[in-house]
Design a protein around this ligand. Structure first.
Ligand SMILES: Nc1ncnc2c1ncn2[C@@H]1O[C@H](COP(=O)(O)OP(=O)(O)OP(=O)(O)O)[C@@H](O)[C@H]1O
Ligand SMILES: [Mg+2]
Length: 227
């Protein structure tokens, strides 16, 4: 489903700094791979590269049959909206939109609007246990509830690939565990290929595979609980 081949990223600093090179990773539909690694090693940059938000220096990124490296900005933006869902920190929820409309944003970007977008966003909010809060505002929600909104938004357009960068970074352990359950369940159900970047061993253990990003590439760490 997601196939990364010989990916390289050199930062345009003086002198140029190589973050990673010859990086290979395949993630199957319905699979979740955790990526750990020291702060500053390049995990977030890797996710941004995979999503086409940052240019790569070498290599190939394919989702299904589509090659993302080398596309022009318009084609990339179109594919990105269709193929990817992001779960970043809760703060990415838009404060001036209701929860329903926050979740509907990825649909709007694909041209699905109005009642149809509302219907699908509500269905997704229901799935994360917030259907009865659909018309509420982000400011009235707790951190854990906002993370659930972020998960609903990442999955509402049924993306092929889900990228999560520290999705439970600012939650207590019990809350983090619930959120991960929800994320992994939704990923499996949608048959998406997921990459979970985390500093938490407990969170990584929930993934099917754990890899460590190091200067010399992605190294397998252990086999987690999820299959
Ligand atoms: N455009 C850029 N120009 C210069 N340096 C950059 C750029 N983008 C990222 N970096 C540097 O690349 C390194 C990797 O950053 P990145 O955010 O990917 O790390 P990370 O592994 O996600 O760390 P953390 O665990 O702290 O989130 C950092 O040293 C950062 O300063
Ligand atoms: Mg990071």
């Amino acid at each position: 489903m997601l196939r990364i081949d010989q990916l390289g990223k050199t930062l345009p600093t003086t002198p140029p700094r190589q973050l990673f090179a010859s990086l290979c990773l395949q993630v199957a539909a319905g699979e979740c791979v955790a990526i750990m690694g020291e702060s500053g090693v390049g995990k977030s940059t890797l996710l941004n590269c995979v999503a086409g938000l940052e240019p790569v220096s070498a290599g190939s990124i394919r989702v299904g049959d589509a090659e993302l490296v080398g596309l022009d900005d318009d084609a990339l933006a179109r594919l990105r909206r269709e193929l990817f869902g992001f779960v970043f920190q809760a703060f990415h929820v838009l404060p001036h939109l209701s929860l329903l409309h926050n979740v509907a944003v990825p649909l709007w970007l694909q041209g699905v609007t109005g009642a149809e977008a509302d219907r699908r966003a509500l269905q997704m909010l229901d799935r994360v246990g917030l259907g009865d809060r659909a018309s509420d505002w982000p400011r009235n929600l707790s951190g854990g509830e906002l993370q659930r909104v972020a998960i609903a938004r990442a999955l509402v357009h049924r993306p092929a690939v889900v990228l999560a960068d520290e999705p439970t970074g600012n939650l207590d352990p019990a809350r983090a565990s619930d959120i991960l359950d929800l994320l992994l369940e939704q990923v499996r159900e949608a048959g998406a290929a997921a990459i979970l970047v985390t500093h938490s061993q407990a969170a990584a253990n929930r993934a099917g595979r754990i890899l460590e990003l190091r200067a010399d590439g992605l190294v397998p760490l252990a086999t987690g609980a999820m299959r």
